[in-house]
Write a protein that binds this ligand. Structure first.
Ligand code: FES
Length: 151
């Protein structure tokens, strides 16, 4: 029996087992490939999406737990905060290889939605679950501050 998911404001019936990770539902079933598979252990943050506005690790969250809730992926962010974050990411030229960046941006948006003027410690705490193998951390912090100033 299909599982009904709301992704980026659109309802979808996903023909998959209820324990399927949200990551595979959005990537394989809906062909939204902005969200990445990283470590598979909830340790790196590459698979971060929002569930009812909160950042979650989509690889370790089954689709059954998202029924009746709203999933937002990098393809669907469009709030004022999201636009400021995306502009700041462009201005600062944050990405290097880019693999981790959709997860970084999803965590940064969630941070600024909840705390419009984060301190360095706030940023470190909010972003600590997102690993960047290219070590773009200094630019990530600068971009978050630029976005906060813009807002
Ligand atoms: S930009 Fe390469 S892993 Fe973050």
């Amino acid at each position: 029996m299909p599982v009904s998911l709301n992704v980026n404001g659109v309802d979808h019936d996903i023909d998959a087992s209820p324990d399927t990770p949200i990551l595979w539902a959005v990537r394989d079933h809906l062909e939204m490939t902005g969200t990445k598979f990283g470590c598979g252990l909830s340790q790196c943050g590459a698979c971060t999406v929002h569930l009812d506005g909160q950042p979650i690790r989509s690889y370790v969250t089954p689709i059954q737990s998202a029924v009746g809730k709203k999933i937002t992926t990098i393809e669907g962010v469009q709030s004022q905060v999201a636009k400021a974050v995306q502009q700041a990411w462009d201005d600062v030229q944050v990405p290097q290889c880019g693999y981790c960046q959709s997860g970084q941006i999803m965590s940064a948006i969630a941070l600024l939605e909840n705390n419009p003027a984060p301190t360095d410690d706030d940023i470190d705490a909010a972003m600590s679950g997102n690993i960047c193998r290219c070590a773009t951390y200094v630019r990530i912090r600068k971009a978050i501050k630029n976005a906060a100033a813009q807002l």
